[in-house]
Design a protein around this ligand. Structure first.
Ligand SMILES: [Zn+2]
Length: 498
């Protein structure tokens, strides 16, 4: 059964065939290469705790990776970067570097800010049960690779130097605008792009910013083209820092080569970020950059889009503070198709929590009964559930349909049990497949906290919100006497059975 995915580049659902497989078949060889998929995910810019809208995009990539593994037995070579320098406000060429700005606010070194938020981000990813990528390159550690691409673009005439940086000339790349649907005409008329007198076209974008004029205060800087570190805060035209877009071109090339299979990101990344990645990578290599582009639709909170710049965000600790498991959030975000705009609500969180608990409890029940192995029982053929689940996931990751199959299987199982061993085995196969694919029905998440403890946790959450620490400590002791340990996690709490 082929896997079909919606490719933003072609605006079509296409059958997914990995590049390595095509190459290997062309050379009439076989072996492990047949099963390799190369995938790049735009990671976070670490200037604050990522919000759940960011995580919904990372979760889409995680789901796809899991399905390539569990549904198709591919080995996914996955790269997910960390942006710690060069991402300017409003994703454009002007304004401050987001990490540097936060560092100035906190009066610390930019890398200290980056380190702190990288740690928080990794904590969140682990709590959300995301698979580790093979590589997590940091932009600040991939400077020589970026300079190599910029040098190539200068030599080929796709880039030019101005007083304040090195720019990519969009008019040298005929396919500019294919991904986003923009044209150079509407971009030059658009007010979104600030006019810079020295730019040849308003849509030209920075590959490199010199630390002169408005950027003289930029602390993280490197010499061009040697790539040597040149930290400081003085005006120095021989030093600078990379533009945000070139970072992903360099970090993906370093680990995945000039052409790779899949690139994922949020829909906000389509323009300018991904459009610019394509332009500079393809002009430098002369080859296709990415075969399939997948983008996660955004999340809305209330009537507005969830965005840090609008101050309209929820983080994972905000969710945990309301006594939801991170896996409830994982279920919620994955239960809506990735190309559907999700309107976040607490009612939706409640429904997700209940649904996830129901499925997880049923899965444990089947497993327990499978292990007890009673003699006899009815025979039923449940293999169609696996087929329908697989078809749903292969249809551009149709998660709502795949979850509906799990509920159907649950009802069928309960209506027909006790089942014989062979029939149970098929249900167990379905459960294994669904567990690996969704990553939120793990066994350790099954244990529900008793209502009495939950009540104390709620009271404690309230006490903490009111900064009544005497009461919160008293409640912690009371919870401990009942055999549970509560820990503070940001603004939330975690609970563990002693
Ligand atoms: Zn990126």
């Amino acid at each position: 059964m082929p896997l079909k995915l919606y490719n933003t580049l072609t605006k079509n659902e296409e059958e997914f065939v990995p590049l390595k497989k095509e190459e290997t078949l062309r050379q009439a060889q076989d072996g492990d290469a047949l099963r390799i998929v190369t995938m790049y995910t735009c990671g976070p810019t670490v200037y604050g705790r990522p919000h759940i809208g960011n995580y919904s995009s990372f979760l889409m990539a995680d789901l796809l990776k899991r399905w390539l593994q569990a549904g198709h037995q591919y080995r996914v070579l996955h790269v997910k970067n960390i942006t710690d320098v060069g991402h300017l406000l409003h994703d454009a060429d002007q304004g401050d570097d987001k990490v540097q700005k936060e560092a100035e606010k906190e009066k610390v070194h930019p890398l200290e800010v980056a380190q702190r938020y990288t740690e928080q981000y990794l904590e969140d990813e682990a709590a959300l049960n995301m698979l580790e990528p093979d590589h997590r390159p940091r932009a600040s550690e991939t400077i020589p690779e970026m300079i190599a691409i910029i040098t190539e673009l200068l030599q080929r005439g796709n880039a030019y130097e101005t007083e304040d940086g090195i720019y990519f000339s969009v008019e040298t790349f005929a396919a500019y605008g294919t991904l986003s649907g923009n044209t150079l005409e509407n971009l030059s008329a658009g007010s979104r792009i600030a006019v810079d007198e020295q730019k040849r076209h308003p849509a030209d974008f920075a590959l490199w910013k010199k630390t002169v004029a408005g950027n003289a205060h930029h602390i993280l800087r490197w010499k061009f083209p040697s790539g040597e570190k040149a930290e400081g805060t003085t005006e120095d035209a021989s030093a600078g820092f990379p533009g945000w877009h070139i970072e992903c071109s360099a970090m993906s090339k370093k680990f995945l080569g000039e052409t790779f299979d899949i690139h994922t990101g949020g829909e906000d990344n389509i323009f300018p970020h991904h459009e610019c990645e394509i332009a500079q990578s393809e002009c430098a290599s002369g080859k296709q950059f990415v075969r399939m582009w997948l983008h996660k639709r955004r999340i809305d909170l209330g009537s507005a889009k969830m965005s840090k710049s609008l101050g309209n965000v929820l983080t994972l600790p905000d969710i945990v503070a309301k006594n939801y498991s991170p896996l409830d959030l994982r279920y919620y975000l994955l239960s809506v198709h990735y190309r559907t705009n999700l309107k976040f609500s607490w009612k939706g969180m409640d429904d997700a929590k209940k649904a996830r608990r129901k499925i997880t409890e049923w899965m444990s029940e089947v497993k327990a009964e499978g292990r007890s192995d009673p003699a006899g029982g009815a025979t039923t053929d449940a293999s169609s559930f696996i087929t329908i689940f697989t078809e749903a996931m292969n249809a551009d990751l149709n998660t709502p349909a795949a979850l509906a199959v799990i509920f159907e299987a649950m009802n069928a199982y309960r209506a027909k049990k006790p089942l014989d061993a062979a029939s149970r085995a098929i249900f167990i196969d379905l459960i294994e497949l669904a567990r690996h694919t969704f990553g939120c029905f793990e066994e350790e998440a099954e244990e529900a906290v008793p209502d009495t403890i939950q009540k104390l946790l709620n009271e404690r959450s309230e006490a903490r919100a009111q900064k009544n620490f005497t009461e919160s400590d008293r409640l912690r002791d009371e919870i401990k006497k009942s055999g549970y340990e509560v820990r503070d996690a940001g603004r939330g709490q975690t609970i563990k059975k002693l």
